[in-house]
Design a protein around this ligand. Sequence first.
Ligand SMILES: [Zn+2]
Length: 127
Amino acid sequence: MIPQWLRKRLAGKGRGARGGTCPRCKCYVITGLDHDDCALPAVVDDTEINHMSELLARLRGVATFDFTQYGGTWELRYRYPVHIKAEREFPVLVAHVCGIRWPATAEPHLSLTRSAPPATTLESPPF
Ligand SMILES: [Zn+2]
């Protein structure tokens, strides 16, 4: 007889994500295991974030997860750098941090355009 945990896994329900509320701040969150093997529990916000929001979260040390569907259940899958660089296949969710809601669509605030350098002529050298 196979162990109960293996039965659940074989049924495709072993690591399925579930909705609930954070016991601390009462926000709606999604919980689940973050991998098939050696998994850790993950708690994420329910808002899909764009690339810039993910970058902001990762710079702050907050993990991000793919929200995948496998065999009729939804699962959370930790996003390693190789996943972040690649094209997105699934909605990306950010780990829940009480009191912080990551913007779904952050935009860069830096301007990468340069102003034109001052015109120089032979009559007015720049020094
Ligand atoms: Zn919370």
